[in-house]
Write a protein that binds this ligand. Sequence first.
Ligand code: SF4
Ligand code: SF4
Length: 113
Amino acid sequence: MPPYVLPDKCDGCKNEADPWCVAVCPGNLFMIDPVTSKALCRDPGECWDCMTCTIFCPRQAIVTQVQYQLAPIPAELIPRLGKRHITWTLIDCKGRIYRLENMILAGEGEEED
Ligand code: SF4
Ligand code: SF4
């Protein structure tokens, strides 16, 4: 399911010329709505749920709704990006909350903690 932008959290990347979600989407699907100054996915049908926009948004304003049987709507999977890891919060269809913090991000030349 395409990402959903939470209007209360999105600040349009403070009018930066290249907002994160616009810059990182491999399908060039994100844009800033000129009326609201918030981000939106211009063509949800073209989104392939790679979650890159969700991960990179600095304000955790993009929510991915997991569509599989394990966690159907209204379940949510919310990433929070740290320097070395991502914290994933999964809220399942019964409202139970799970947190996972073991995905290490290590780019070229970086040392792990
Ligand atoms: S990266 Fe996040 S805060 Fe920035 S414009 Fe996109 S949704 Fe809004
Ligand atoms: S999930 Fe991937 S393809 Fe879909 S809008 Fe976000 S970055 Fe683009």
